[in-house]
Ligand binder design. Structure first.
Ligand code: PEP
Ligand code: MG
Length: 596
């Protein structure tokens, strides 16, 4: 491995090694030369146009809009083919920009009043729109500014007869370092030549990451200003495990990374091989490992990683990919596809959990701005107030239940009366479907997420109204410890091993089991092999996690005994320091996983 990395190093690599940090978005290590891609605005010449030429200018504009539409439709087709229908939805927003009568009308009016060429008019009008959108407080709407900018640049390129961006023709294998990667950039990227993707901006869910995931290359995002510190041809290591980029690595760093890559690859292949085996502990206890999914096409990933069903299907992502509320029929098609795709394994479809960090775009009436959205009009609270939307979804889930083993789960339940109200709406939907003569699974299990402390404290009251519980540790920790789960500044206080969390988990599990109700855990804790034994030792009946985490959790399950996991949980419950409890869990993990 040393040979592989160092042999690539140029002889004149004398520049100083520098390490920069970003967000680890996709695992893997890459080494190579950089291609710097700066998304820059097209330079627009400005000149006077005589009134008798206005018709020609408008005709040029129409033609550019038409060509842009054709280009975007083509990109959308390619993305659908390569990444799936959900990823292609973003281009619907782009096509809508091209049909926006206000934008087109204002451009033509500007031509008539300012008598300047159509490029200048369009540039000015679209810039105003971009500015207005980028100042909106709502993060999702702010991102629409990016859509308009992307489309406007394409229209200007077409008006000026310029070629497409350079990402589509990388000269050789390169690490793409970009200030940002727009949806249409990402669709045209030279997939066979990109070794890794690094961006100045972005988060784990940005487009650049979606593309990198489909290309199976490492990605580090949010490396502020990297494009200003690097030039084409520089040599870098991209470490997608730790979110690090090393510029001009020295020979000893290359050697170290050569070893890290070798170890990670052999460890991962060990995990993948062992993933074919059943999840049974050394003392013979079978553990159910399920998948959390957000999109229909993730059924393939869930199956690839041998999930024993979908333990959490976050349906709100169907609503977040468009500003329009999907119809009952559209939802039915999505849910049926997942149910059929996973059958005979179960699929737990969670009803809408919009709001909080997941507001729906373009619907300020449905989602008015709130000062404290995590404590606000979210999930079941939204659904019970918007019964038409809720009932469309419930009927769609019920209809899909005729095509597989579907279970329905309500999020953010805070108490038994709220659960009773949700169940009553479900009963209404069942009656309506019976009236329509529509088949559904009359015995479909219905469960509740336990992610609010008030629900945890009243499990005994919730038990009669439910068939199963699933613990959402992400929210349960945030609400129990009063730590905003997405606030970087207090991230260090977000402690899954806090005694308050352990005691709450124990209470939920013991109470539910007294009432013979099975309990799964579907928050991030379940997919972390450091915490999985603790959860199982406390009594969790199953774990649901991002499908790619299944191999490492399964490996650990197979390497431990349930008796040891129970002893770990029992001891952790007697301890008071979150850090010490964490260290215990970590030691448990390390002693059974072997060297990474
Ligand atoms: C959770 O809160 O743990 C959970 C699984 O739900 P989400 O992350 O979608 O809020
Ligand atoms: Mg939650």
């Amino acid at each position: 491995m040393r040979a592989t990395l160092t042999a690539l190093m140029p002889d004149d690599n004398k520049a100083t090694e520098t390490t920069v940090h970003g967000i680890a978005a996709l695992q893997g290590i890459a080494y190579g030369q950089v291609f710097v891609y700066i998304q820059s605005d097209v330079a627009v010449p400005s000149y006077q146009v005589e009134p008798e030429k206005f018709v020609d200018e408008v005709a040029r504009f129409d033609q550019a809009l038409l060509v842009t539409r054709q280009q975007i439709a083509k990109i959308q087709d390619e993305v659908k083919k390569n990444l799936g229908a959900d990823e292609a939805l973003i281009f619907d927003a782009h096509l809508l920009v091209l049909e926006d009568q206000a934008l087109i009308g204002e451009t033509i009016r500007s031509l008539e009043t300012t008598r300047r060429n159509i490029e200048t008019c369009f540039n000015e009008v679209s810039s105003r729109y971009i500015q207005a959108f980028s100042e909106i407080d709502d993060e999702y709407l702010r991102e629409r500014a990016g859509d308009i900018r992307d489309v406007a640049q394409r229209v200007l390129q077409n008006l000026l007869g310029q070629a497409e961006n350079s990402l589509s023709r990388l000269a050789d294998k390169r690490i793409v370092v970009a200030n940002d990667i727009s949806p249409s950039d990402s669709a045209s990227i030279d997939r066979s030549a990109a070794l890794a993707i690094v961006t100045d901006s972005g988060s784990k869910t940005s487009h650049a990451v979606i593309v990198a995931r489909s290309m199976k290359v490492p990605a580090v995002v949010g490396v502020r200003d990297l494009t200003k510190r690097i030039k084409n041809g520089d040599w870098v290591i991209v470490d997608g495990y730790d979110g690090v980029v090393i510029l001009n690595p020295s020979e000893s760093t290359l050697f170290r990374y050569g070893k890290i890559r070798e170890e990670k690859e052999s460890f991962e292949s060990r995990l993948i091989q062992a993933n074919h085996e059943p999840a049974i502990t050394r003392d013979g206890v079978a553990v159910t490992l399920m998948a959390n999914i957000e999109r229909v096409d993730e059924v393939h990933t869930a199956k690839e990683y041998r999930a024993e069903g979908v333990g959490l299907y976050r349906t709100e992502y169907l609503f977040l990919s468009s500003s329009r509320v999907p119809s009952e029929q559209e939802q039915f098609v999505a849910y049926k596809t997942v149910a059929e795709g996973m059958a005979p394994q179960p699929v737990i479809i969670r009803t809408l959990d919009l709001g909080g960090d997941k507001p729906m775009a373009g619907n300020p009436d449905l989602f008015p701005k709130e000062n404290n959205p995590f404590m606000g009009f979210r999930a079941i609270r939204f659904c019970l107030e918007n019964r038409d939307i809720f009932k469309d979804q419930l009927r769609a889930i019920l209809m899909a239940s005729a095509y597989g083993k579907v279970r329905l789960m309500f999020p953010m339940i805070s108490g038994h009366e709220e659960l009773a109200r949700a169940n009553a709406v479900l009963d209404e939907c069942k009656a309506e479907l019976r009236e329509r003569g529509q088949h559904f699974d009359e015995s479909m299990a219905v469960g509740a997420m336990i992610e609010i402390p008030s629900a945890a404290a009243t499990i005994d009251l919730l038990a009669p109204g439910t068939g199963f519980f699933s613990i959402g540790t992400n929210d349960l920790i945030q609400y129990t410890l009063a730590i905003d789960r997405v606030n970087e500044r207090i991230a260090h206080l977000y402690e899954p091993t806090h005694p308050a969390i352990l005691r709450t988990l124990k209470h939920i599990l013991d109470e539910a089991h007294k009432h013979h109700i099975p309990v799964s855990v579907c928050g991030e804790m379940a997919g972390d092999p450091i915490f999985a034994p603790l959860l199982l030792g406390l009594g969790a009946d199953s774990l649901s996690m991002s499908p790619t985490w299944i191999p490492s959790v399964k490996y650990l399950v197979r390497a431990m005994t349930m008796a040891d996991a129970k002893a770990l949980a029992a001891e952790a419950l007697t301890m008071s320091s979150p850090k010490e409890i964490y260290a215990k869990c970590d030691a448990f993990y390390r002693s059974r996983m072997g060297p990474e």
